[in-house]
Design a protein around this ligand. Sequence first.
Ligand SMILES: [Zn+2]
Length: 95
Amino acid sequence: MEEIKTKKCRVCGEEKELDAFVNHKGCKFGKDTLCKECRQIYLKSSPNVHKSDSGKKYYENNKEKHKIGGKKWYEKNRDKILSDEKIRREEKRRE
Ligand SMILES: [Zn+2]
């Protein structure tokens, strides 16, 4: 008797065989919580977000905050960022 192990995709909610999920170290079953199909869609729609489910949740909850916060943060730290980049570039040149 062969035991078919299935896992429910957290995005589409479908029960799928474990083969339909990407291997993911650190997850409960060593598998990603979203199926390959949903993962593709997810990766395409949000390429800049952490490639994990918690990252997605975080992103959805903080989407607006993130946008505003990121801009404000950049404006606040622009001089530092630019000077850091300059230093980095100069250090690279020296190598
Ligand atoms: Zn799915």
